[in-house]
Design a binder for this molecule. Structure first.
Ligand code: SF4
Length: 229
């Protein structure tokens, strides 16, 4: 595994045997793909969702590059989940550990959908650049798995950024595999994020809820005295 930036500790590598989700019967058209494919990956769960169709391609390289993820510990958790999966599956992943929230917040508009479109372009543009540098001929992205993204925009921006580097963008609608990714993440004990990635999306996810981290009052007093919460 190639890691850009600081090291994380070695992940565990043993996984229970995979249940049969019948994915081998699904045809996502990947058999026609060139094998020199750089796959932009956003998290372990979304990679796990499409492992089987990607394996139909032959060789592929997962590329974690997500300067949109904040704060730092959340960024590290998601990078680690990709490292864990890569080690479990013996994939030669490239993990970019550079963390620079100031650069991201300066580069994107702060409201949706413009913010997300700029975010896609940032990530897929860098994926295309690295793919061209490595001699790959095609790119794709696990953002095509998520039911929460602007799917058509991911495709359009991916195609534009790939073409700008003389590459092709492989498009598949992998959204039907999102639930499979969740099952695989649970089975493999991969980290599962609760919001899209940027600090704005964290607010959008939790502001309408009562979720909080500090439990005050009676619950905290019970915790401090060893009682049941
Ligand atoms: S909500 Fe998600 S896709 Fe949109 S800018 Fe934030 S991290 Fe990027």
């Amino acid at each position: 595994m190639t890691e850009l930036g600081s090291n994380l500790t070695n992940p565990k590598s043993k996984v229970a045997s995979a249940p049969d989700f019948g994915l081998s019967t699904l045809n996502f058209g990947l058999s026609t793909l060139d094998s020199s494919l750089l796959v932009h990956v956003c998290c372990g769960e979304c990679v796990a969702a499409i492992l089987e169709p990607l394996r139909c391609v032959g060789a592929f390289t997962p590329f974690f590059h997500n300067p949109n993820i904040q704060p730092l510990l959340e960024f590290r958790r998601r990078a680690k989940s990709v490292q864990v999966l890569a080690e479990q599956e013996r994939l030669d992943a490239v993990v970019d550990m550079a963390y620079d929230p100031k650069a991201f917040l300066r580069a994107v508009p702060w409201d949706r959908p413009e913010r997300c479109l700029a975010c896609y372009r940032m990530r897929l543009g860098e994926t295309a650049r690295v793919a061209a540098e490595r001699g790959c001929t095609a790119i794709t992205t696990t953002l095509l798995v998520s039911v929460h993204q602007y799917h058509a925009a991911v495709r359009a921006i991916g195609e534009e950024e790939a073409a700008a580097r003389g590459l092709s963008f492989h498009y598949e609608d992998w959204r039907p595999l999102a639930a499979h990714g969740l099952q695989e993440a649970k089975r493999r004990s991969l980290y599962r994020q609760q919001y899209c990635g940027c600090i704005f999306s964290e607010e959008e996810r939790f502001a309408p809820t009562r979720v909080h981290l500090f439990r005050g009052g009676a619950a905290a007093r019970r915790d401090n005295t060893g009682g049941d919460a």
